[in-house]
Design a protein around this ligand. Sequence first.
Ligand SMILES: N[C@@H](CCC(=O)N[C@@H](CS)C(=O)NCC(=O)O)C(=O)O
Length: 173
Amino acid sequence: MSHFFFSVLNFRDKMVTGDVKLIGSWASVFVMRTRIALNLKSISYEFLQETYGTKSELLLKSNPVHKKMPVLIHADKPVCESNIIVQYIDEAWSSYGPSILPSQPYDRAIARFWAAYVDDKLDANHILLDETKTPSLFKWAERFCNDPDVKPLMPETAKLAEFARKLFPKPQA
Ligand SMILES: N[C@@H](CCC(=O)N[C@@H](CS)C(=O)NCC(=O)O)C(=O)O
């Protein structure tokens, strides 16, 4: 087998990166965003699961300003805010895997614009994209969700609905 084939194999296996931890919950879209970025770069990490309704000491210590997940901890240094974490991952492991942000400043500005747009639309853990208002973004989201690095991280709708029902029970009449 060629050296090239071995390096592709090694790349597809999770690479060893040293000390990467992610504080979060599987059900959070903000956390999913950072897990997708780690997957795209094939970075192995320890997933420190938080429970909604409680906050671990580590979360409070690592994100004392917002006290929210996700927090990426790389070599004992915390990085907060999902979009900032994605950009950090892109820069810290720039020579591994595909670039997450485009290389040209204008294209980067456009990517950041849509990331801000999506954040604005995130409502109680649901993303509301309107196919008629933003058809290209809608189509991009469909393609993105089917990417092999993304698909395994997308929770089943039923599992998410069950989780939401437990978290936000309907008030009894
Ligand atoms: N702007 C933040 C939002 C993070 C966020 O809202 N995280 C939620 C989980 S979906 C959280 O930690 N909620 C607990 C709380 O608000 O106390 C980001 O992009 O990271």
